[in-house]
Design a protein around this ligand. Structure first.
Ligand SMILES: [Zn+2]
Length: 135
C-alpha cells in the first residue's frame, strides 16, 4: 500500500445536521498567471449550507466510507504526482520518439504514431489563450 494511506483521513461535518456541505469563511486573491482565485486567509467563522453559521466538527470516516475516501485520496495524489512529473514524462516520451523514429518498423509504427499524437496534444497551441484577443 502507498504510504499516504497510513495518514489518518478526516472530513468535516456540521455539528447540527452532520451534513458534509460545510466550510469556513475565507479571503481569496486572484492569481493572474493561473487565472484562478486562490485561497488566502481562513477565518474562524464556520458554516453549513443547510444550517447557516454553526460550528463544524472533524469527522473520522469508517468502513465503506473510509475505503471510498482512501480511493479518492489515492487518485488525488496520483494526479498531483503526474502534474509534478509532467516535464520528466514529456522529456522521456520525446527521447523515446527520437530514438525510435530512425528504427521505425511496421511492428512499432502504431506505438510511434500514438507517441507523436500525445506530444502533438501536449504541444497544441490551441490550449493557450491569445495574448491579445481584441487585436
Ligand atoms: Zn448542518
Amino acid at each position: 500500500m502507498p504510504s499516504q494511506t497510513n495518514i489518518p483521513l478526516i472530513a468535516y461535518r456540521c455539528s447540527q445536521c452532520h451534513g458534509k456541505d460545510v466550510g469556513y469563511d475565507a479571503s481569496s486573491a486572484f492569481n493572474e498567471a493561473s487565472q484562478t482565485w486562490e485561497l488566502g486567509t481562513e477565518y474562524d467563522s464556520a458554516w453549513c449550507n443547510d444550517c447557516g453559521d454553526v460550528p463544524i466538527e472533524i469527522y473520522h470516516p469508517q468502513g465503506d466510507e473510509l475505503q471510498a475516501l482512501v480511493v479518492l485520496r489515492a487518485e488525488h495524489i496520483r494526479k498531483e504526482r503526474l502534474a509534478e512529473n509532467a516535464q520528466d514524462l514529456y522529456d522521456a516520451l520525446t527521447g523515446m520518439v527520437e530514438a525510435l523514429t530512425p528504427h521505425a518498423t511496421e511492428q512499432n509504427a502504431l506505438i510511434l504514431a500514438n507517441a507523436h499524437a500525445v506530444l502533438a496534444r501536449i504541444n497544441d497551441d490551441a490550449t493557450l489563450p491569445a495574448a491579445n484577443p481584441g487585436a
